[in-house]
Design a protein around this ligand. Structure first.
Ligand code: C2O
Length: 629
Protein backbone atom coordinates (compact mmCIF):
# COMPACT_ATOMS: atom_id res chain seq x y z
CA UNK A 1 0.00 0.00 0.00
CA UNK A 2 2.78 2.43 0.90
CA UNK A 3 4.55 1.36 -2.22
CA UNK A 4 1.63 1.67 -4.58
CA UNK A 5 0.21 4.99 -3.59
CA UNK A 6 3.10 7.15 -4.79
CA UNK A 7 3.23 5.14 -7.98
CA UNK A 8 -0.45 5.77 -8.58
CA UNK A 9 0.08 9.45 -7.88
CA UNK A 10 2.92 9.60 -10.33
CA UNK A 11 0.79 7.94 -12.99
CA UNK A 12 -1.98 10.43 -12.35
CA UNK A 13 0.37 13.37 -12.54
CA UNK A 14 1.94 11.99 -15.71
CA UNK A 15 -1.42 11.50 -17.36
CA UNK A 16 -2.54 15.06 -16.67
CA UNK A 17 0.76 16.29 -18.07
CA UNK A 18 0.23 14.27 -21.20
CA UNK A 19 -3.26 15.56 -21.90
CA UNK A 20 -2.71 19.26 -21.20
CA UNK A 21 -0.78 20.69 -24.11
CA UNK A 22 0.94 24.02 -24.49
CA UNK A 23 0.24 25.98 -27.65
CA UNK A 24 2.97 28.42 -28.55
CA UNK A 25 1.97 30.97 -31.15
CA UNK A 26 4.16 33.77 -32.47
CA UNK A 27 2.29 36.53 -34.24
CA UNK A 28 3.34 39.89 -35.60
CA UNK A 29 0.75 42.49 -36.55
CA UNK A 30 0.98 44.37 -39.84
CA UNK A 31 -1.01 45.75 -42.73
CA UNK A 32 -1.87 43.48 -45.62
CA UNK A 33 -3.84 43.78 -48.84
CA UNK A 34 -7.22 42.10 -48.84
CA UNK A 35 -10.46 42.28 -50.77
CA UNK A 36 -12.91 40.15 -48.82
CA UNK A 37 -16.08 41.50 -50.42
CA UNK A 38 -14.70 41.34 -53.96
CA UNK A 39 -15.54 45.01 -54.44
CA UNK A 40 -12.63 46.94 -53.09
CA UNK A 41 -9.09 46.03 -52.16
CA UNK A 42 -7.78 47.60 -49.00
CA UNK A 43 -4.06 47.82 -48.26
CA UNK A 44 -4.55 48.45 -44.56
CA UNK A 45 -6.27 45.29 -43.37
CA UNK A 46 -4.65 44.07 -40.17
CA UNK A 47 -3.04 40.68 -40.61
CA UNK A 48 -0.83 38.47 -38.46
CA UNK A 49 2.46 37.31 -39.93
CA UNK A 50 1.43 38.87 -43.23
CA UNK A 51 -1.74 36.76 -43.46
CA UNK A 52 -5.41 37.64 -43.46
CA UNK A 53 -7.95 36.16 -42.65
CA UNK A 54 -6.36 35.38 -39.32
CA UNK A 55 -5.99 31.75 -38.24
CA UNK A 56 -8.71 30.03 -36.26
CA UNK A 57 -6.95 29.12 -33.00
CA UNK A 58 -7.89 25.86 -31.33
CA UNK A 59 -7.14 24.25 -28.01
CA UNK A 60 -8.57 21.66 -25.66
CA UNK A 61 -9.92 22.47 -22.25
CA UNK A 62 -7.04 22.60 -19.77
CA UNK A 63 -4.43 23.54 -22.38
CA UNK A 64 -1.91 26.29 -21.86
CA UNK A 65 -1.66 29.18 -24.30
CA UNK A 66 1.56 31.08 -24.90
CA UNK A 67 0.86 33.68 -27.51
CA UNK A 68 3.66 36.10 -28.29
CA UNK A 69 2.19 39.16 -29.94
CA UNK A 70 4.70 41.46 -31.57
CA UNK A 71 3.48 44.88 -32.58
CA UNK A 72 4.70 45.24 -36.16
CA UNK A 73 2.99 48.59 -36.78
CA UNK A 74 5.19 51.64 -37.08
CA UNK A 75 2.84 54.13 -35.52
CA UNK A 76 0.13 52.34 -33.62
CA UNK A 77 -0.17 50.58 -30.32
CA UNK A 78 -2.02 47.29 -30.10
CA UNK A 79 -3.36 44.69 -27.64
CA UNK A 80 -5.13 41.34 -27.63
CA UNK A 81 -8.23 40.13 -25.82
CA UNK A 82 -9.57 36.58 -25.75
CA UNK A 83 -13.26 37.34 -25.73
CA UNK A 84 -15.23 35.22 -23.26
CA UNK A 85 -12.32 33.69 -21.36
CA UNK A 86 -12.54 34.14 -17.60
CA UNK A 87 -8.78 34.55 -17.13
CA UNK A 88 -9.25 33.24 -13.62
CA UNK A 89 -6.04 34.06 -11.77
CA UNK A 90 -4.54 35.71 -14.88
CA UNK A 91 -6.32 39.05 -15.05
CA UNK A 92 -3.22 40.75 -16.50
CA UNK A 93 -3.64 38.62 -19.65
CA UNK A 94 -7.16 39.89 -20.40
CA UNK A 95 -6.08 42.55 -22.88
CA UNK A 96 -8.08 45.80 -22.74
CA UNK A 97 -5.65 48.68 -22.69
CA UNK A 98 -5.55 50.89 -19.61
CA UNK A 99 -7.86 48.40 -17.90
CA UNK A 100 -5.62 45.37 -17.41
CA UNK A 101 -2.47 46.42 -19.30
CA UNK A 102 -0.68 49.19 -21.13
CA UNK A 103 -0.96 48.82 -24.89
CA UNK A 104 1.88 47.10 -26.74
CA UNK A 105 4.04 49.79 -28.37
CA UNK A 106 5.53 49.39 -31.87
CA UNK A 107 8.35 46.88 -31.98
CA UNK A 108 7.52 45.33 -28.61
CA UNK A 109 6.30 41.82 -27.83
CA UNK A 110 3.82 40.88 -25.16
CA UNK A 111 3.38 37.30 -24.01
CA UNK A 112 -0.21 36.26 -23.37
CA UNK A 113 0.21 33.28 -21.15
CA UNK A 114 -2.72 31.49 -19.51
CA UNK A 115 -4.60 28.23 -19.10
CA UNK A 116 -7.98 27.70 -20.76
CA UNK A 117 -10.54 26.24 -18.39
CA UNK A 118 -13.64 26.63 -20.50
CA UNK A 119 -15.08 25.02 -23.62
CA UNK A 120 -16.86 26.36 -26.65
CA UNK A 121 -16.61 29.07 -29.27
CA UNK A 122 -14.72 32.21 -28.39
CA UNK A 123 -12.78 34.75 -30.38
CA UNK A 124 -9.69 36.86 -30.10
CA UNK A 125 -9.45 40.51 -31.06
CA UNK A 126 -7.46 43.66 -30.58
CA UNK A 127 -8.77 45.81 -27.75
CA UNK A 128 -7.15 48.95 -29.13
CA UNK A 129 -9.04 51.62 -31.09
CA UNK A 130 -11.03 50.10 -33.93
CA UNK A 131 -8.40 47.54 -34.90
CA UNK A 132 -10.66 44.54 -34.88
CA UNK A 133 -12.92 46.23 -37.43
CA UNK A 134 -9.85 46.44 -39.63
CA UNK A 135 -9.51 42.67 -39.49
CA UNK A 136 -7.66 41.95 -36.27
CA UNK A 137 -10.09 39.29 -35.06
CA UNK A 138 -10.78 35.59 -35.51
CA UNK A 139 -12.28 32.54 -33.85
CA UNK A 140 -10.80 30.75 -30.87
CA UNK A 141 -12.33 27.30 -30.37
CA UNK A 142 -11.90 25.26 -27.21
CA UNK A 143 -12.78 21.58 -27.47
CA UNK A 144 -14.29 19.69 -24.59
CA UNK A 145 -11.55 17.13 -24.01
CA UNK A 146 -9.20 15.90 -26.70
CA UNK A 147 -11.14 15.46 -29.96
CA UNK A 148 -14.06 17.12 -28.19
CA UNK A 149 -14.81 13.73 -26.58
CA UNK A 150 -16.76 15.29 -23.73
CA UNK A 151 -19.01 17.37 -25.96
CA UNK A 152 -22.48 16.32 -24.76
CA UNK A 153 -24.05 15.81 -28.20
CA UNK A 154 -23.20 13.51 -31.09
CA UNK A 155 -21.81 15.00 -34.26
CA UNK A 156 -19.73 13.99 -37.25
CA UNK A 157 -17.69 17.06 -38.04
CA UNK A 158 -17.13 20.60 -36.79
CA UNK A 159 -17.09 23.89 -38.71
CA UNK A 160 -16.61 27.46 -37.58
CA UNK A 161 -18.15 30.36 -39.51
CA UNK A 162 -17.83 34.04 -38.73
CA UNK A 163 -20.03 36.91 -39.80
CA UNK A 164 -19.23 40.61 -39.68
CA UNK A 165 -19.75 43.94 -41.34
CA UNK A 166 -16.98 45.34 -43.54
CA UNK A 167 -15.80 48.88 -44.19
CA UNK A 168 -13.71 50.06 -47.10
CA UNK A 169 -12.10 52.70 -44.91
CA UNK A 170 -9.74 52.17 -42.00
CA UNK A 171 -10.79 52.87 -38.42
CA UNK A 172 -7.83 55.24 -38.32
CA UNK A 173 -9.91 57.54 -40.54
CA UNK A 174 -13.39 56.48 -39.46
CA UNK A 175 -12.99 57.16 -35.74
CA UNK A 176 -11.89 60.81 -35.93
CA UNK A 177 -14.67 61.59 -38.40
CA UNK A 178 -17.18 59.82 -36.21
CA UNK A 179 -15.98 61.45 -32.98
CA UNK A 180 -16.21 64.92 -34.44
CA UNK A 181 -18.26 68.02 -33.88
CA UNK A 182 -19.23 67.68 -37.52
CA UNK A 183 -21.08 64.51 -36.55
CA UNK A 184 -23.06 65.91 -33.63
CA UNK A 185 -25.78 63.26 -33.76
CA UNK A 186 -23.24 60.45 -33.42
CA UNK A 187 -24.34 58.80 -36.66
CA UNK A 188 -22.30 55.57 -36.91
CA UNK A 189 -20.37 54.94 -40.12
CA UNK A 190 -22.34 52.75 -42.51
CA UNK A 191 -20.51 49.58 -43.56
CA UNK A 192 -20.00 48.89 -47.24
CA UNK A 193 -20.69 45.17 -46.98
CA UNK A 194 -21.43 42.18 -44.78
CA UNK A 195 -19.21 39.13 -44.75
CA UNK A 196 -19.66 35.44 -44.10
CA UNK A 197 -16.42 33.74 -43.17
CA UNK A 198 -14.55 36.81 -44.38
CA UNK A 199 -16.01 36.61 -47.87
CA UNK A 200 -19.29 37.02 -49.78
CA UNK A 201 -21.36 34.11 -51.13
CA UNK A 202 -19.50 31.54 -49.15
CA UNK A 203 -19.77 27.89 -50.17
CA UNK A 204 -20.11 25.21 -47.52
CA UNK A 205 -19.52 21.76 -48.94
CA UNK A 206 -21.47 19.14 -47.00
CA UNK A 207 -22.06 15.43 -47.16
CA UNK A 208 -25.50 13.82 -46.91
CA UNK A 209 -26.89 12.32 -43.68
CA UNK A 210 -24.42 13.97 -41.37
CA UNK A 211 -24.70 15.97 -38.19
CA UNK A 212 -22.45 19.00 -38.26
CA UNK A 213 -21.45 21.01 -35.26
CA UNK A 214 -21.20 24.61 -36.43
CA UNK A 215 -19.82 27.51 -34.42
CA UNK A 216 -21.36 30.79 -35.55
CA UNK A 217 -19.54 33.89 -34.34
CA UNK A 218 -20.30 37.53 -35.04
CA UNK A 219 -16.83 39.04 -35.08
CA UNK A 220 -18.14 42.40 -36.19
CA UNK A 221 -18.05 45.65 -34.27
CA UNK A 222 -21.44 47.07 -35.06
CA UNK A 223 -24.49 45.32 -36.48
CA UNK A 224 -26.37 42.20 -35.48
CA UNK A 225 -27.27 39.70 -38.17
CA UNK A 226 -30.02 37.15 -38.78
CA UNK A 227 -29.13 33.72 -40.15
CA UNK A 228 -31.50 31.18 -41.68
CA UNK A 229 -31.31 28.29 -44.11
CA UNK A 230 -33.47 26.88 -46.84
CA UNK A 231 -35.07 23.60 -45.64
CA UNK A 232 -32.61 23.05 -42.80
CA UNK A 233 -32.77 23.91 -39.12
CA UNK A 234 -30.37 24.99 -36.43
CA UNK A 235 -30.35 23.09 -33.18
CA UNK A 236 -28.79 25.45 -30.68
CA UNK A 237 -26.71 23.58 -28.10
CA UNK A 238 -24.25 26.15 -26.82
CA UNK A 239 -24.22 29.91 -26.44
CA UNK A 240 -21.17 31.97 -25.49
CA UNK A 241 -19.48 28.81 -24.19
CA UNK A 242 -22.47 27.67 -22.09
CA UNK A 243 -24.14 24.39 -23.06
CA UNK A 244 -27.90 24.67 -23.45
CA UNK A 245 -30.81 22.28 -23.67
CA UNK A 246 -31.15 21.61 -27.41
CA UNK A 247 -33.41 24.16 -29.04
CA UNK A 248 -34.46 23.85 -32.64
CA UNK A 249 -35.08 27.00 -34.63
CA UNK A 250 -35.33 28.30 -38.18
CA UNK A 251 -33.58 31.55 -37.45
CA UNK A 252 -30.83 32.89 -35.24
CA UNK A 253 -30.10 36.47 -34.34
CA UNK A 254 -26.49 37.17 -33.41
CA UNK A 255 -25.27 40.48 -32.06
CA UNK A 256 -21.63 41.33 -32.42
CA UNK A 257 -19.46 39.30 -30.03
CA UNK A 258 -22.08 36.58 -29.47
CA UNK A 259 -21.53 32.93 -30.37
CA UNK A 260 -24.00 30.17 -31.15
CA UNK A 261 -22.96 26.55 -31.53
CA UNK A 262 -25.59 24.66 -33.48
CA UNK A 263 -26.11 21.16 -34.83
CA UNK A 264 -27.19 21.00 -38.45
CA UNK A 265 -28.42 17.74 -39.96
CA UNK A 266 -27.94 17.30 -43.65
CA UNK A 267 -30.41 15.61 -45.97
CA UNK A 268 -29.98 12.08 -47.34
CA UNK A 269 -30.42 13.16 -50.89
CA UNK A 270 -27.84 15.10 -52.82
CA UNK A 271 -29.89 16.17 -55.78
CA UNK A 272 -29.76 19.87 -55.03
CA UNK A 273 -28.10 22.63 -53.05
CA UNK A 274 -29.58 25.09 -50.55
CA UNK A 275 -29.22 28.70 -49.53
CA UNK A 276 -27.77 29.80 -46.19
CA UNK A 277 -28.91 33.35 -45.73
CA UNK A 278 -27.61 36.24 -43.67
CA UNK A 279 -29.28 39.59 -43.18
CA UNK A 280 -28.26 42.59 -41.18
CA UNK A 281 -30.49 44.12 -38.58
CA UNK A 282 -31.00 47.30 -40.55
CA UNK A 283 -32.80 48.98 -37.65
CA UNK A 284 -29.28 49.56 -36.30
CA UNK A 285 -28.27 51.62 -39.33
CA UNK A 286 -28.95 55.36 -39.37
CA UNK A 287 -29.21 55.46 -43.12
CA UNK A 288 -29.48 52.67 -45.64
CA UNK A 289 -27.66 53.61 -48.81
CA UNK A 290 -29.42 52.37 -51.93
CA UNK A 291 -26.55 50.16 -53.00
CA UNK A 292 -26.04 48.46 -49.63
CA UNK A 293 -26.90 44.77 -49.84
CA UNK A 294 -28.70 43.85 -46.66
CA UNK A 295 -29.04 40.17 -47.55
CA UNK A 296 -26.20 37.80 -48.29
CA UNK A 297 -26.65 34.40 -49.90
CA UNK A 298 -24.27 31.59 -49.02
CA UNK A 299 -24.47 28.05 -50.30
CA UNK A 300 -24.91 24.67 -48.68
CA UNK A 301 -23.51 22.50 -51.43
CA UNK A 302 -24.28 18.77 -51.59
CA UNK A 303 -23.67 18.41 -55.27
CA UNK A 304 -21.25 20.55 -57.23
CA UNK A 305 -22.90 19.77 -60.54
CA UNK A 306 -26.38 20.70 -59.35
CA UNK A 307 -26.10 24.49 -59.64
CA UNK A 308 -26.35 27.12 -56.95
CA UNK A 309 -29.63 28.04 -55.26
CA UNK A 310 -31.32 31.41 -55.44
CA UNK A 311 -31.65 33.73 -52.51
CA UNK A 312 -34.12 32.23 -50.01
CA UNK A 313 -36.50 34.80 -48.60
CA UNK A 314 -38.61 34.69 -45.46
CA UNK A 315 -41.77 36.62 -44.74
CA UNK A 316 -40.73 37.90 -41.38
CA UNK A 317 -37.65 38.30 -39.28
CA UNK A 318 -39.65 37.95 -36.08
CA UNK A 319 -39.23 34.19 -36.00
CA UNK A 320 -35.71 34.23 -34.60
CA UNK A 321 -34.92 32.30 -31.45
CA UNK A 322 -35.22 34.48 -28.35
CA UNK A 323 -32.06 33.66 -26.41
CA UNK A 324 -33.68 34.94 -23.23
CA UNK A 325 -35.59 31.65 -22.87
CA UNK A 326 -32.67 29.33 -23.55
CA UNK A 327 -31.87 27.04 -20.62
CA UNK A 328 -28.34 26.08 -19.70
CA UNK A 329 -27.74 22.33 -19.66
CA UNK A 330 -26.18 22.66 -16.25
CA UNK A 331 -29.12 24.24 -14.48
CA UNK A 332 -28.54 27.08 -12.07
CA UNK A 333 -31.37 28.85 -10.30
CA UNK A 334 -31.67 32.57 -10.68
CA UNK A 335 -29.55 34.18 -7.99
CA UNK A 336 -31.66 35.56 -5.16
CA UNK A 337 -31.80 39.24 -4.31
CA UNK A 338 -28.41 40.73 -4.94
CA UNK A 339 -25.91 41.85 -2.32
CA UNK A 340 -24.94 44.77 -4.49
CA UNK A 341 -26.91 46.47 -7.21
CA UNK A 342 -25.52 48.73 -9.92
CA UNK A 343 -28.12 50.75 -11.80
CA UNK A 344 -26.97 52.50 -14.94
CA UNK A 345 -28.83 54.65 -17.45
CA UNK A 346 -27.48 54.64 -20.99
CA UNK A 347 -27.74 57.86 -22.95
CA UNK A 348 -26.05 59.56 -25.87
CA UNK A 349 -25.46 63.29 -25.81
CA UNK A 350 -23.13 66.10 -26.79
CA UNK A 351 -20.50 67.73 -24.66
CA UNK A 352 -19.05 71.18 -25.03
CA UNK A 353 -16.76 70.18 -27.90
CA UNK A 354 -19.85 69.37 -29.95
CA UNK A 355 -18.93 65.68 -30.12
CA UNK A 356 -21.58 63.08 -29.38
CA UNK A 357 -20.65 60.83 -26.43
CA UNK A 358 -22.25 57.84 -24.71
CA UNK A 359 -22.95 57.87 -21.00
CA UNK A 360 -23.64 55.63 -18.07
CA UNK A 361 -25.40 57.89 -15.57
CA UNK A 362 -24.07 61.07 -17.19
CA UNK A 363 -20.47 59.88 -17.11
CA UNK A 364 -18.68 58.92 -20.28
CA UNK A 365 -15.80 56.54 -19.71
CA UNK A 366 -12.41 58.25 -19.93
CA UNK A 367 -9.34 56.03 -19.64
CA UNK A 368 -7.26 56.59 -16.51
CA UNK A 369 -3.55 57.49 -16.60
CA UNK A 370 -2.62 54.20 -14.94
CA UNK A 371 -4.08 50.85 -16.04
CA UNK A 372 -6.77 50.02 -13.48
CA UNK A 373 -5.01 46.77 -12.63
CA UNK A 374 -1.81 48.75 -11.95
CA UNK A 375 -3.76 50.88 -9.48
CA UNK A 376 -5.09 47.75 -7.77
CA UNK A 377 -1.55 46.46 -7.26
CA UNK A 378 -0.12 49.73 -6.00
CA UNK A 379 -2.94 51.02 -3.80
CA UNK A 380 -2.56 48.66 -0.83
CA UNK A 381 -5.60 48.85 1.42
CA UNK A 382 -6.93 51.78 -0.61
CA UNK A 383 -7.65 49.35 -3.43
CA UNK A 384 -11.10 48.74 -1.98
CA UNK A 385 -11.93 52.44 -2.26
CA UNK A 386 -13.55 53.16 -5.65
CA UNK A 387 -12.28 56.76 -5.53
CA UNK A 388 -8.70 55.72 -6.32
CA UNK A 389 -9.82 54.51 -9.76
CA UNK A 390 -10.84 58.03 -10.71
CA UNK A 391 -14.04 59.98 -11.05
CA UNK A 392 -14.48 59.44 -14.79
CA UNK A 393 -13.88 55.72 -15.23
CA UNK A 394 -17.27 54.51 -13.98
CA UNK A 395 -15.55 52.20 -11.51
CA UNK A 396 -17.31 49.95 -9.01
CA UNK A 397 -15.61 47.81 -6.38
CA UNK A 398 -17.18 44.39 -5.78
CA UNK A 399 -16.63 42.30 -2.69
CA UNK A 400 -15.64 38.67 -2.75
CA UNK A 401 -18.51 36.29 -3.58
CA UNK A 402 -21.21 38.92 -3.53
CA UNK A 403 -24.18 38.44 -5.85
CA UNK A 404 -24.05 41.41 -8.19
CA UNK A 405 -26.97 42.76 -10.14
CA UNK A 406 -26.59 45.19 -13.01
CA UNK A 407 -29.78 46.99 -13.98
CA UNK A 408 -29.28 48.70 -17.30
CA UNK A 409 -31.83 51.21 -18.55
CA UNK A 410 -31.44 52.11 -22.18
CA UNK A 411 -32.64 55.67 -22.72
CA UNK A 412 -31.42 55.46 -26.30
CA UNK A 413 -33.52 54.38 -29.28
CA UNK A 414 -30.87 51.92 -30.47
CA UNK A 415 -30.20 48.29 -29.54
CA UNK A 416 -26.93 47.73 -27.70
CA UNK A 417 -25.02 44.47 -27.18
CA UNK A 418 -23.33 44.65 -23.77
CA UNK A 419 -20.38 42.46 -22.87
CA UNK A 420 -18.90 41.66 -19.48
CA UNK A 421 -15.30 40.47 -19.28
CA UNK A 422 -14.36 37.70 -16.83
CA UNK A 423 -17.83 36.17 -16.38
CA UNK A 424 -20.98 34.77 -17.82
CA UNK A 425 -24.02 36.34 -16.18
CA UNK A 426 -27.59 35.23 -15.75
CA UNK A 427 -29.99 37.20 -17.93
CA UNK A 428 -32.77 37.67 -15.42
CA UNK A 429 -35.03 40.26 -17.05
CA UNK A 430 -35.11 41.76 -20.51
CA UNK A 431 -37.73 44.37 -21.32
CA UNK A 432 -39.51 44.51 -24.68
CA UNK A 433 -38.60 46.71 -27.62
CA UNK A 434 -40.21 50.11 -27.02
CA UNK A 435 -39.15 51.33 -30.44
CA UNK A 436 -38.50 54.92 -31.34
CA UNK A 437 -41.78 56.61 -30.65
CA UNK A 438 -42.41 56.29 -26.95
CA UNK A 439 -40.33 57.64 -24.13
CA UNK A 440 -37.89 55.20 -22.51
CA UNK A 441 -39.28 52.74 -19.99
CA UNK A 442 -36.90 52.12 -17.09
CA UNK A 443 -36.82 48.88 -15.11
CA UNK A 444 -39.31 48.89 -12.28
CA UNK A 445 -38.43 46.28 -9.66
CA UNK A 446 -41.82 46.46 -8.00
CA UNK A 447 -43.57 45.26 -11.15
CA UNK A 448 -43.93 41.52 -11.71
CA UNK A 449 -41.23 40.15 -14.00
CA UNK A 450 -41.16 36.72 -15.50
CA UNK A 451 -37.77 35.50 -14.24
CA UNK A 452 -36.71 32.21 -15.85
CA UNK A 453 -36.11 29.38 -13.39
CA UNK A 454 -32.85 28.49 -15.02
CA UNK A 455 -31.83 31.75 -16.68
CA UNK A 456 -29.64 31.88 -19.72
CA UNK A 457 -26.00 32.51 -18.91
CA UNK A 458 -23.85 34.25 -21.47
CA UNK A 459 -21.24 36.99 -21.77
CA UNK A 460 -22.91 39.29 -24.31
CA UNK A 461 -26.56 40.30 -24.30
CA UNK A 462 -28.50 43.01 -26.07
CA UNK A 463 -30.83 45.55 -24.55
CA UNK A 464 -33.86 46.60 -26.55
CA UNK A 465 -34.45 50.20 -27.63
CA UNK A 466 -35.67 52.44 -24.78
CA UNK A 467 -35.91 49.37 -22.60
CA UNK A 468 -33.86 47.58 -19.93
CA UNK A 469 -32.21 44.39 -18.80
CA UNK A 470 -31.22 42.93 -15.46
CA UNK A 471 -28.27 40.56 -15.19
CA UNK A 472 -26.77 38.82 -12.16
CA UNK A 473 -23.53 37.05 -11.42
CA UNK A 474 -21.42 36.03 -8.48
CA UNK A 475 -18.22 37.96 -7.81
CA UNK A 476 -16.10 34.82 -7.67
CA UNK A 477 -13.36 35.79 -10.12
CA UNK A 478 -10.98 38.37 -8.65
CA UNK A 479 -9.97 40.79 -11.37
CA UNK A 480 -10.59 44.07 -13.10
CA UNK A 481 -13.35 43.49 -15.63
CA UNK A 482 -14.53 45.83 -18.33
CA UNK A 483 -18.26 46.03 -19.05
CA UNK A 484 -19.07 47.82 -22.28
CA UNK A 485 -21.17 48.09 -25.36
CA UNK A 486 -19.50 45.90 -27.99
CA UNK A 487 -20.39 48.31 -30.78
CA UNK A 488 -16.96 49.73 -31.49
CA UNK A 489 -18.36 53.20 -32.15
CA UNK A 490 -20.12 53.28 -28.80
CA UNK A 491 -17.03 52.10 -26.94
CA UNK A 492 -15.16 54.97 -28.63
CA UNK A 493 -17.93 57.23 -27.32
CA UNK A 494 -17.26 56.00 -23.80
CA UNK A 495 -20.05 53.47 -23.18
CA UNK A 496 -18.10 51.48 -20.61
CA UNK A 497 -17.69 50.87 -16.92
CA UNK A 498 -15.14 49.01 -14.84
CA UNK A 499 -15.73 46.40 -12.17
CA UNK A 500 -12.91 45.91 -9.69
CA UNK A 501 -13.70 42.56 -8.21
CA UNK A 502 -12.20 41.57 -4.87
CA UNK A 503 -9.07 43.72 -5.25
CA UNK A 504 -7.34 42.43 -2.11
CA UNK A 505 -7.45 38.88 -3.47
CA UNK A 506 -6.01 40.15 -6.77
CA UNK A 507 -3.11 41.60 -4.75
CA UNK A 508 -2.50 38.43 -2.77
CA UNK A 509 -3.05 35.84 -5.51
CA UNK A 510 -1.85 37.40 -8.75
CA UNK A 511 1.10 39.41 -9.97
CA UNK A 512 2.41 41.60 -12.75
CA UNK A 513 5.48 40.31 -14.56
CA UNK A 514 8.36 42.24 -16.11
CA UNK A 515 7.04 41.83 -19.63
CA UNK A 516 3.74 43.42 -18.55
CA UNK A 517 5.59 46.33 -16.89
CA UNK A 518 7.78 46.84 -19.92
CA UNK A 519 4.72 47.65 -22.09
CA UNK A 520 4.07 50.63 -19.80
CA UNK A 521 7.69 51.68 -19.49
CA UNK A 522 8.31 51.76 -23.24
CA UNK A 523 5.08 53.73 -23.68
CA UNK A 524 6.10 56.13 -20.92
CA UNK A 525 2.91 55.28 -19.11
CA UNK A 526 2.94 54.98 -15.34
CA UNK A 527 1.71 51.67 -13.95
CA UNK A 528 1.61 52.60 -10.26
CA UNK A 529 -0.52 55.16 -8.51
CA UNK A 530 -4.17 56.11 -8.62
CA UNK A 531 -6.08 57.03 -11.79
CA UNK A 532 -4.15 60.33 -11.82
CA UNK A 533 -0.83 58.49 -11.33
CA UNK A 534 -0.51 59.94 -7.84
CA UNK A 535 1.56 57.50 -5.77
CA UNK A 536 1.70 59.57 -2.57
CA UNK A 537 -1.91 60.18 -1.80
CA UNK A 538 -4.27 57.76 -3.51
CA UNK A 539 -7.24 59.95 -2.72
CA UNK A 540 -5.78 62.96 -4.47
CA UNK A 541 -6.95 62.85 -8.08
CA UNK A 542 -5.58 66.21 -9.20
CA UNK A 543 -4.85 66.09 -12.94
CA UNK A 544 -6.78 62.90 -13.58
CA UNK A 545 -8.25 62.47 -17.06
CA UNK A 546 -11.82 63.78 -17.18
CA UNK A 547 -14.50 64.19 -19.78
CA UNK A 548 -15.10 67.36 -21.77
CA UNK A 549 -17.29 69.96 -20.03
CA UNK A 550 -21.06 69.78 -20.43
CA UNK A 551 -22.72 71.86 -23.08
CA UNK A 552 -24.31 75.04 -21.76
CA UNK A 553 -27.92 74.20 -20.90
CA UNK A 554 -30.31 74.17 -23.82
CA UNK A 555 -27.93 72.89 -26.48
CA UNK A 556 -28.88 69.71 -28.27
CA UNK A 557 -27.48 67.88 -31.26
CA UNK A 558 -30.14 69.51 -33.41
CA UNK A 559 -29.27 72.84 -31.88
CA UNK A 560 -25.66 72.36 -32.94
CA UNK A 561 -26.65 71.35 -36.45
CA UNK A 562 -28.88 74.38 -36.64
CA UNK A 563 -26.17 76.63 -35.24
CA UNK A 564 -23.49 75.37 -37.62
CA UNK A 565 -25.74 75.73 -40.59
CA UNK A 566 -27.17 79.09 -39.66
CA UNK A 567 -23.64 80.43 -39.17
CA UNK A 568 -22.57 79.11 -42.56
CA UNK A 569 -25.82 80.32 -44.10
CA UNK A 570 -25.34 83.69 -42.47
CA UNK A 571 -21.84 84.12 -43.83
CA UNK A 572 -22.90 82.86 -47.24
CA UNK A 573 -25.82 85.27 -47.12
CA UNK A 574 -23.58 88.27 -46.52
CA UNK A 575 -21.17 87.18 -49.20
CA UNK A 576 -24.06 86.60 -51.55
CA UNK A 577 -25.26 90.14 -51.04
CA UNK A 578 -21.76 91.44 -51.60
CA UNK A 579 -21.27 89.38 -54.71
CA UNK A 580 -24.67 90.34 -55.97
CA UNK A 581 -23.49 93.89 -55.98
CA UNK A 582 -20.21 92.99 -57.70
CA UNK A 583 -21.30 90.55 -60.34
CA UNK A 584 -24.28 89.46 -62.31
CA UNK A 585 -26.72 87.27 -60.38
CA UNK A 586 -24.79 84.24 -59.35
CA UNK A 587 -26.23 82.45 -56.39
CA UNK A 588 -24.48 79.17 -57.07
CA UNK A 589 -23.26 77.88 -53.70
CA UNK A 590 -20.29 76.23 -55.32
CA UNK A 591 -19.10 79.59 -56.49
CA UNK A 592 -19.94 81.12 -53.13
CA UNK A 593 -18.03 78.48 -51.27
CA UNK A 594 -15.05 78.97 -53.54
CA UNK A 595 -15.11 82.66 -52.95
CA UNK A 596 -15.37 82.00 -49.27
CA UNK A 597 -12.56 79.48 -49.30
CA UNK A 598 -14.99 76.88 -47.96
CA UNK A 599 -14.68 73.44 -49.42
CA UNK A 600 -17.98 72.80 -51.17
CA UNK A 601 -17.57 69.10 -50.67
CA UNK A 602 -17.35 69.84 -46.98
CA UNK A 603 -20.76 71.44 -47.04
CA UNK A 604 -22.29 68.50 -48.85
CA UNK A 605 -20.52 65.87 -46.76
CA UNK A 606 -21.56 67.44 -43.55
CA UNK A 607 -25.06 67.63 -44.87
CA UNK A 608 -25.28 63.97 -45.69
CA UNK A 609 -23.75 62.84 -42.43
CA UNK A 610 -26.41 64.60 -40.41
CA UNK A 611 -29.02 61.91 -40.86
CA UNK A 612 -29.59 61.17 -37.25
CA UNK A 613 -30.91 58.56 -34.84
CA UNK A 614 -34.09 60.30 -34.09
CA UNK A 615 -35.60 61.32 -37.31
CA UNK A 616 -34.11 64.79 -37.54
CA UNK A 617 -33.42 63.85 -41.15
CA UNK A 618 -36.11 66.20 -42.42
CA UNK A 619 -34.90 69.25 -40.61
CA UNK A 620 -31.38 68.61 -41.76
CA UNK A 621 -32.29 68.07 -45.36
CA UNK A 622 -34.35 71.19 -45.30
CA UNK A 623 -31.51 73.18 -43.84
CA UNK A 624 -29.23 71.77 -46.48
CA UNK A 625 -31.65 72.58 -49.25
CA UNK A 626 -32.06 76.08 -47.95
CA UNK A 627 -28.33 76.38 -47.82
CA UNK A 628 -27.85 75.21 -51.37
CA UNK A 629 -30.60 77.36 -52.86
CU1 C2O B 1 -14.84 41.40 -27.10
CU2 C2O B 1 -14.04 44.16 -24.25
O1 C2O B 1 -14.40 42.75 -25.67
Amino acid sequence: MFVFEPVLLAVLVASTCVTAKTHTWNFTTGFVNANPDGVYERDDVIGLNGQWPLPVLEADKGDRIELYLTNGFEDYNTSLHFHGLFQNGTNSMDGPELITQCPIPPGETMLYNFTVDQVGAYWYHSHTAGQYGDGMRAAFIVHDGSDDDDFPYEYDEEFTFTISEWYHESSVDLIPNFMSRFNPTGAEPIPQNFLFNDTRNFTWNVEPSKTYKVNLINVGGFVSQYLWMEDHTFKVVQVDGVYTQPNETDMIYITVAQRYTVLIETKDDTSRNYALMQRVDDTMLDVIPKDLELNGTNYIVYNESAGLPEEYKVESLDIFLDDFWLEPLEAQEAYPDPDYQIVVDVAMDNLDDGVNYAFFNNLTYVAPKVPVLGTVFSAGEDAINPLVYGSNTNSFVLEKDEVIEIVLNNLDTGKHPFHLHGHVFQTVVRGPDYGEESTPVPYNASEAHDIPENPMRRDTVYVNPQSYFVIRFKADNPGVWFFHCHIEWHLDQGLALVLIEDPLSIQSQQNLDDNWKRMCEVNNMPYVGNAAANTENFLDLTDENVQVKNLPAGFTARGIVALVFSCIAGILGCVAIGLYGLAATDDNPVKLSQDLGIDEEFIQDETSSQLSHNGSKDTTEKTATELLN
